[in-house]
Write a protein of this length. Structure first.
Length: 244
C-alpha cells in the first residue's frame, strides 16, 4: 500500500468537502449507514456505530439525520424502500471507476450516474467490467498528529486484534484487515482506547492508472459530480493522483 495511502487522498479532498456543511453531514451519514449495516443499529453493542454517531454529533449533525441513516441501514425507514446498486465503468483516460449508491428510485439514479460519466469523458460498463481490478479489505484509520500513540504498541495491538497489516502516513496509522476480521479488529482497538477516525470495508485497486493532466482534471470533476449526488455512498477508482 506504500505510496497509495487512503489517508493521503482523504486529506487532499477533506478541505474542499468541509467547506460545504451539507457534505460534512453526507460524509457522516455514509459512515453511520456503513457502521449500522455491518454491525447493527444498536450503539450500545456496535462500537463502530457509536464512534460514527459521536463524530456526527460533534459536527452538530441533527439527530433526525442520524436516525434516518441508521434506519436506512436497518430497513426501518417508513414509507421508503432503498436498494443498494453498484455501477462500474471507465472515467477519462481509462480510469476504472466503481460507484455504490443507495436509492429509492433506480431509474433516476441510473440516469444521473450515466450523465455524470458521459459529461466528463467516461462511460458506464457492465457489472464486472472493472471490479476484478480491486481487492476488498477492511480499513481502519487512527490519527496520531500529536505523537501520543507509540508505533510499536499500536502495531502489536493491531496484529493481536487480527489485522493483516499496518502502515504509517502523515501522522496517522492505517490498518488493513480481511473483511471477515474487520469488526473484531474495530471492537478490539476501540476497547483498547484508540480513537478511530475512519473505518470501513472498502475496495483498493490492484494497480493505479496515470493519466494526462487534462484527464486528471476531468476525473476530479467526475468524482465531484458523483459526490454531489445524494444517492452516492462510495466511489472507488484507480487514478494515480499527481503531486500537484
Amino acid at each position: 500500500m506504500a505510496g497509495h495511502s487512503k489517508w493521503h487522498n482523504i486529506q487532499k479532498r477533506k478541505g474542499a468537502q468541509d467547506a460545504k456543511r451539507g457534505k460534512i453531514f453526507m460524509r457522516h451519514a455514509k459512515n453511520i449507514y456503513t457502521a449500522a449495516k455491518q454491525g447493527g443499529g444498536d450503539i450500545s453493542t456496535n462500537a463502530q456505530l457509536r464512534t460514527a454517531v459521536d463524530k456526527a454529533k460533534a459536527d452538530n449533525m441533527p439527530n433526525d439525520n442520524i436516525d434516518r441513516a441508521i434506519k436506512k441501514a436497518t430497513g426501518n425507514l417508513d414509507g421508503a424502500t432503498f436498494e443498494e446498486i453498484t455501477y462500474e465503468g471507465y472515467g477519462p483516460g481509462g480510469v476504472a471507476v466503481i460507484v455504490n449508491v443507495l436509492t429509492d428510485n433506480r431509474n433516476r439514479t441510473a440516469a444521473d450516474v450515466r450523465h455524470a460519466f458521459k459529461k466528463n469523458g467516461g462511460n458506464l460498463g457492465e457489472n464486472g467490467s472493472v471490479s476484478f481490478m480491486f481487492d476488498r479489505k477492511g480499513y481502519i484509520l487512527i490519527t496520531n498528529e500529536d505523537g501520543a500513540i507509540d508505533e510499536d504498541e499500536i502495531t502489536m495491538d493491531a496484529l493481536e486484534a487480527g489485522a493483516d497489516d499496518i502502515s504509517t502516513e502523515d501522522g496517522a496509522y492505517e490498518i488493513y484487515t480481511a473483511p471477515e476480521n474487520f469488526q473484531d479488529v474495530v471492537n478490539y482497538l476501540t476497547d483498547k482506547g484508540y480513537e478511530i477516525e475512519e473505518s470501513e470495508v472498502t475496495l483498493f485497486p490492484q494497480n493505479y492508472n496515470s493519466v494526462s493532466e487534462e484527464d486528471e482534471e476531468k476525473m476530479h470533476t467526475l468524482i465531484e459530480t458523483l459526490e454531489d449526488n445524494e444517492d452516492t455512498q462510495d466511489i472507488h477508482h484507480n487514478l494515480e493522483e499527481s503531486n500537484e
